[in-house]
Design a protein around this ligand. Structure first.
Ligand code: KIV
Length: 288
């Protein structure tokens, strides 16, 4: 199983590593079996899975619901749960309570928090209590209104210096890694070089220690124009639509279900199936 110590060792050994978001049991299982070392139950699930316009409406209960499903599917990856907007901002006590739920109820191994400043103290306290923290700097979607939209951050020298200072403070406070989102490559590279802990980039160029992408973006399940930093490794939206259209047609013209997908009375009749009788007669959802 990947641990926070492994992730730190990756950096020491100069090994770049991949991170993906996961929001449900089956995709977590597939990614885990494919060897992904770190899975992030990101609050991006609010936009990707629940159709919210930003991540701000996502609640702790929604996050825990998805975290639990991911934890049931993945047994090798390090699981990081994203603490949603306003679930750690009121006080250190509130942050501890929320983080505790992610670990105890959600089955996560670590939590992720956005921003620097007051988050540094929260990071210190959670780390002291044995809850590993991943930081998140640059384009922090929970600050969307303050940033005036989802915009690249750190373009000015002043902003870049702030990101570097925040990153160093988070490292000092015990963060085991930091996501750098939507920052110029040069900034991400120099922050990565200045830290002992790994950086995980998204829209931050090739100079970070790891990379993270949203599962649905990477697989082309999300439709519409993808941001520049997304590479689509598959085009599953088109595959899914094509399969649905073939299914609609086959149900309409009576081609589906065929004899191989139907049960018949009496024992021993296979309807053309070569599966053992017990398996043939099993009526169960999700073969995973
Ligand atoms: O919520 C999320 O999925 C994230 C990643 C994109 C880094 O924060």
């Amino acid at each position: 199983m990947t641990t926070v110590l492994d992730v730190q060792r990756f950096k020491e050994e100069g090994r770049r590593f991949a991170v993906l978001t996961a929001y449900d049991y089956l995709s977590a299982k597939i990614l885990d079996e494919a060897g992904i070392p770190v899975l992030l139950v990101g609050d991006s699930l609010g936009m990707v899975m629940l159709g919210y316009p930003t991540t701000l409406p996502v609640t702790v209960d929604e996050m825990i619901h998805h975290a639990k499903a991911v934890a049931r599917g993945a047994h090798q990856a390090l699981l990081v749960g994203d603490m949603p907007f306003m679930s750690y901002h009121a006080s250190v006590e509130q942050a501890i309570t929320t983080a505790g739920r992610f670990i105890q109820e959600g089955g996560m191994h670590a939590v992720k928090l956005e921003g620097g400043g007051r988050v540094v103290e929260i990071t210190r306290r959670l780390t002291e209590m044995g809850i590993p923290v991943m930081g998140h700097l640059g384009l922090t979607p929970q600050f969307v209104h303050q940033m005036g939209g989802f915009k690249v951050q750190g373009k000015s020298d002043k902003q870049a210096a702030r990101i570097l200072a925040d990153a160093k403070e988070l490292e000092q406070a015990g963060a085991f890694g930091i996501v750098l989102e939507g920052v110029p490559s040069e900034v991400a590279t120099s922050v990565s070089k200045a830290l002992r802990i790994p950086t995980i980039g998204i829209g931050a160029g090739a100079g970070t220690d790891g990379q993270v992408l949203v599962f649905h973006d990477m697989l082309g399940i999300t439709t519409g124009k993808a941001p520049k930093f997304v590479k689509r490794y598959a085009n599953l939206a088109a595959e899914i639509a094509g399969a649905a259209q073939r299914y609609i047609e086959e149900v309409g013209d009576g081609t589906f279900p065929g004899p191989e997908h139907s049960y018949s009375a009496g024992s021993g009749s296979s309807n053309g199936s070569t599966a053992p009788a017990t398996q043939r007669d099993e009526v169960k959802y999700g073969a995973g």
